[in-house]
Design a binder for this molecule. Structure first.
Ligand code: AP5
Ligand code: MG
Ligand code: ZN
Length: 219
């Protein structure tokens, strides 16, 4: 099964993708993570996108489409792919459709994660991530079980993102409403959209997503 997790910054796409990977033998394809990896390794793409990302703007369609094409045309696990943070524009959605057609794959579900804006800002400004395995935590709502030690891999190094401040968040949210929210109608029209309440606790959101993946597409 191939799915998209669609939602504003901080809506829980990364958190839920990690759980699906663990439960269903799927792979997480996060364009945000790919771009951050490109920055860390100092590639040309990484240098091009650094300031754009920190500001909270979208990087160009060409760059993210080429990153996704490379991953989707490589080996994928039996469970399929979770697209996290891609597509984010109508041009990216069209490119994804053409790419999947070209390699004989289907898009099965689009999960829309709905969360209030003010809850989102609290989520991103309190977020930290394990530097070793990428597990996502939060200062108030999801701390590590043992202070300073990652629950998943035992790592002791954590990072905070350059765009997880209120100013960049507001720009990311605006980009979401301007460029990405139109995809809700687009995938609804294709009968693939499944909205979930992203404001529930993390286990509650996971349960709703699993239900949405199990039921037939009928809308
Ligand atoms: P990206 O990395 O995709 O960032 P984003 O979309 O802004 O989303 P986030 O990663 O901030 O949030 P999330 O939904 O994954 O939430 P998380 O699970 O971490 O993109 C970054 C940048 O890269 C973009 O701004 C752009 O510049 C560029 N980019 C990427 N893709 C692009 C594309 N396709 N086109 C163009 N540019 C692109 O959770 C957040 C926090 O909340 C965590 O602390 C977590 O512990 C907590 N939390 C999660 N769920 C819950 C819950 N249910 N209850 C309470 N707390 C929760
Ligand atoms: Mg994320
Ligand atoms: Zn870890």
């Amino acid at each position: 099964m191939n799915i998209i997790l669609l939602g504003p910054p901080g809506s829980g796409k990364g958190t839920q993708a990690l759980r699906l990977v663990q439960a269903l033998d799927m792979v997480q394809l996060s364009t945000g993570d790919m771009l951050r990896a490109a920055r860390k390794s100092g590639t040309d793409i990484g240098k091009t996108v650094a300031a754009v990302m920190d500001r909270g703007d979208l990087v160009t369609d060409d760059i993210v489409i080429s990153l996704i094409r490379e991953r989707l045309t490589g080996d994928l696990p039996a469970g399929g792919a979770i697209l996290d943070g891609f597509p984010r524009t109508l041009a990216q959605a069209d490119a994804l459709g053409a790419l999947l057609d070209g390699i004989g794959m289907t898009l099965d579900r689009v999960i829309e994660m709905k969360v209030d804006d003010e809850a989102l800002v609290r989520r991103v400004t309190g977020r930290f991530t394990c530097s070793d395995c990428g597990a996502v935590y939060h200062d108030d709502t999801h701390r590590t079980q043992t202070e300073g030690i990652c629950d998943v891999c035992g790592g002791r190094r954590f990072t905070r993102r350059g765009d997880d401040n209120e100013e960049s968040f507001r720009i990311r949210l605006l980009a979401y409403y301007r460029e990405t929210a139109p995809l809700i109608g687009y995938y609804h029209a294709l009968g693939k959209l499944r909205p979930v309440n992203g404001s529930a606790d993390i286990d509650g959101v996971s349960a709703e997503i699993r239900e949405a993946l199990e039921e037939g597409v009928s809308s």
